[in-house]
Design a protein around this ligand. Structure first.
Ligand code: GLU
Length: 469
């Protein structure tokens, strides 16, 4: 690892599955690294031994793999680095930059009750003798950093220059009374040890940054560059959460979204390529990504837009790739059908589906006659009074077609419609329902073409018994 090239990291806490905000942070880090020819590391922040779970780590790693955000080795686990953190405490204690605080939870609570919203500095200036006495009495203690007077200034790559007066930063705890190091402390030591050049993370961490800068300085480390990403918001402009029904990344995989669809959509949450272009492949994202184009204001999660972006990716996806991906979800899909039949179905349906599961659901009738009919979907009833007779008529028209091809089917039905002065909709709707069981789908002539004449006629026959007249 060298200091000269870009190194970034994604540092999830394994206290839950990977959510959209985390995925967006990981993606921006990954894109920045790839764009700069740098490295993307992963650090599992599992110092909270109670809330951290291995199963969440596994889920997060699986979700990142699914998204295609490959990380560079080594993968760092904070829980394995406790000894590395301890060394620094000893040094900082020696220089007086941290001190032991013997205040109990009750002491701190009473200080708060008295209106001290920051630590009042009770143990900041204990004499050596005072410390010794308390240690001898076996009183538990935390380590706190001694914040110097003054102010901290840094240049955020997204939010611009930021200055924080140290009056706003209290002597925060770096090691708890149980000996466990706190997030700010471990993050700084790790970012230094991992040679991280750019810390790119959610804006919810912006208040940690001056604390971390003060720690870098206390430890004598170079300070990295910071870039805080705008929050992802729900429609009510509040931070996106489960309350908004925002699912974790895993469920997008379960629902058969293509990973590049989700990446493309996530990339647009707070960033744009500087043009109107919205559908971008991973390679294009890597090529175009930069932090300059990241906005400051929160980005609103818009499911409709995700569906649109996903539909566009599905349309552009390679047919063999779709077949492979479908078979990974459902190995039996289209079993027994010719590969050319499957390919033609994919070609047709990929124009309409936003995810692979939707695709599978929409393809059912190409393999099986409908078992039910969405007559409830006919909100305004049949467009035609005598639908059964009409469908019977159409059935005979179709029966007369000798070369069963989309164009011929369309022509025959148009001739029939003209002869009876009917709009095409009145013909298409009941036929679609009869052969597919549904009221929406691809071009109906194309569907009939794919099903073949015999299947079409038989399905219409079956439907005639159930269609309401
Ligand atoms: N573990 C922290 C989080 O999940 C990481 C913050 C950081 O990137 O420094 O929010």
């Amino acid at each position: 690892m060298s200091h000269s090239s870009v190194s970034v990291r994604f540092a999830p806490s394994p206290t839950g599955e990977l959510h959209l905000g985390g995925a967006r942070t990981a993606l921006f880090n990954w894109l920045f690294a790839k764009n700069q020819g740098g490295q993307f590391f992963l650090r599992i922040e599992d110092t909270d031994l109670v809330r951290s779970k291995d199963e969440y780590t596994d889920q997060i790693l699986a979700a990142l793999k699914w998204l295609g955000l490959k990380w560079d080795e080594p993968l760092v686990y904070q829980s394995k680095r406790f000894d590395d953190y301890k060394v620094h405490i000893t040094n900082l204690l020696g220089t007086g930059q941290v001190y032991r605080c013997f205040c109990s939870k009750d002491d701190l609570q009473s200080a708060r009750d008295e209106g001290h919203y920051q630590y009042p500095g009770t143990c900041r200036n204990l004499t050596d003798e005072g410390v010794k006495q308390r240690l001898n009495q076996g009183i538990g203690f935390t380590y706190r950093i001694r914040i110097p007077d003054g102010e901290t200034h840094y240049e955020d790559l997204i939010y611009g220059p930021i200055t924080v007066n140290h009056g706003e930063v209290d002597d925060f705890i770096v090691v708890r009374s149980d000996g466990s190091p706190t997030y700010n402390f471990t993050a700084v030591i790790d970012d230094h040890d991992m040679n991280i050049t750019h810390v790119i993370r959610g804006e919810d961490h912006i208040s940690n940054t001056p604390k971390q800068i003060l720690l870098y300085q206390a430890l004598g480390f170079d300070v990295p560059t910071f870039a805080h990403l705008p929050m992802i918001l729900g429609h009510d402009k509040k931070r996106l959460s489960k309350r908004h029904g925002a699912p974790g990344v895993q469920s997008f995989q379960d629902e058969g979204y293509l990973p590049e669809s989700l990446n493309n959509y996530l990339a647009l949450l707070g960033w744009n390529p500087g043009t109107e272009e919205e559908i971008l492949s991973m390679d294009e994202l890597v090529q175009k990504f930069n932090l300059v184009q990241v906005q400051k204001k929160g980005a609103v999660w818009d499911e409709k837009k995700l569906h649109w972006v996903s539909g566009q990716h599905m349309m552009q996806a390679n047919t063999d790739f779709i077949l492979e991906s479908i078979r990974r979800i459902n190995p039996n899909w289209g079993k027994g059908s010719d590969i050319s039949y499957l390919i033609s179905i994919i070609e047709m349906l990929k124009q309409r589906a936003k995810s692979l599961t939707e695709f599978i659901a929409q393809s059912h009738y190409f393999f099986h006659a409908p078992e039910s009919y969405d007559t409830a979907g006919l909100k305004r009833g049949w467009p035609d009074k005598n639908v059964n007779n009409r469908v019977e008529d159409i059935q005979s028209v179709l029966n007369e077609i000798s070369i069963w091809r989309k164009e011929n089917i369309e022509k025959a039905l148009k001739v029939y419609a003209a002869a009876h002065e009917l709009g095409m909709g009145k013909i298409i709707m009941p036929i679609r329902l009869a052969v597919s069981g549904g009221l929406t789908g691809p071009n109906v002539f194309e569907i009939l073409d794919h099903l073949g004449k015999e299947d079409t006629i038989n399905r219409i026959e079956t439907a005639l018994n159930v269609l309401p007249s």
